[in-house]
Design a protein around this ligand. Structure first.
Ligand code: PEP
Length: 258
């Protein structure tokens, strides 16, 4: 992996990104209602919410949600993709299929895929390459378990996830890294501000200058100011709170202007 040591450079060009991971939630009417509420927030903000906004609904809702959000300025993303463009992979979805539905991003290597579906760093690398082949920006999730943090292995684990999961053709424009401590996802626990700043600096030293690095793990309107105010944090990957349009929009208001 690239080790530029160019920590903190290009900060001025890193537009903050707030991304909602809806996970496996919502039927069509729920997804349409949530998307309409977000579209109304975006319209009230004059189409300029102060950061880039992305929603990643379940695959079954991409068409519905994409239709509602068309022209709103809110981007659409997938939650996973297969490495191959097509073929005999029952139940899978290719990056090309996501792009065909209007997606510009895809979340890859989420801990729920790593731990629930046995995805290794090598598997994730193939998916990242697949995303790039289809012209999608890959949001690569990395993060340590509680046991690994307690054993003092957090930086080592995240470094090896980055080293193996990121193909050599990486550019700052094609990659977003989401630092998501596994123990903070969906638990109401968040990493300390010092731990977030420290890990983001580590990730920055191992990714191309200008790569956006998000924090994820129980981000909500109450803790968003402290997290998104950190200069090393370029946005948030939001799970639970993204299912409520007002909460999700309130998190965005915590993005300081750059
Ligand atoms: C996530 O799913 O990526 C996530 C960070 O979830 P939550 O915000 O619910 O912890």
């Amino acid at each position: 992996m690239i080790g530029t040591g160019q920590r903190g450079r290009n900060m001025a060009i890193r537009t903050k990104l707030v991304a909602g991971n809806w996970k496996m939630n919502g039927l069509r009417e729920d997804g349409a209602a949530l998307a309409r509420a977000l579209r109304d927030h975006a319209a009230a903000a004059g189409g300029k919410p102060g950061c880039e906004v992305l929603v990643c609904p379940p695959a079954t809702l991409l068409s519905t949600v994409g239709g509602v959000l068309a022209g709103s300025g809110i981007a659409l993303g997938g939650q996973d993709c297969h490495a191959a463009p097509k073929g005999a992979y029952t139940g899978d979805i290719s990056a090309e299929m996501l792009a065909d539905l209007g997606c510009t991003y895809v979340i890859l290597g989420h801990s729920e895929r790593r731990h629930g579906h046995g995805e290794t760093n090598a598997v994730v690398r193939g998916k990242v390459a697949g995303a790039w082949r289809a012209g999608l920006v890959a949001i690569l999730c990395v993060g340590e378990t509680q046991a690994q943090r307690q054993a003092g292995e957090a930086v080592e684990i995240v470094s090896s996830q980055l080293a193996v999961s990121i193909p050599d053709a990486v550019t700052a424009a094609s990659l977003v890294v989401a630092y998501e401590p596994v123990w903070a996802i969906g638990t109401g626990l968040t990493a300390t501000i010092a731990d977030i700043a420290g890990m983001h600096a580590e990730i920055r030293s191992r990714t191309p200058p200008g790569t956006r690095i998000l924090y994820g793990g129980s981000v909500n309107p109450k803790n968003a100011d402290a997290i998104l105010g950190l200069p090393e944090v370029d946005g948030a990957l939001v799970g639970g709170a993204s299912l409520n349009a007002d909460d999700f929009w309130a998190i965005m208001q915590s993005c300081p202007a750059r």
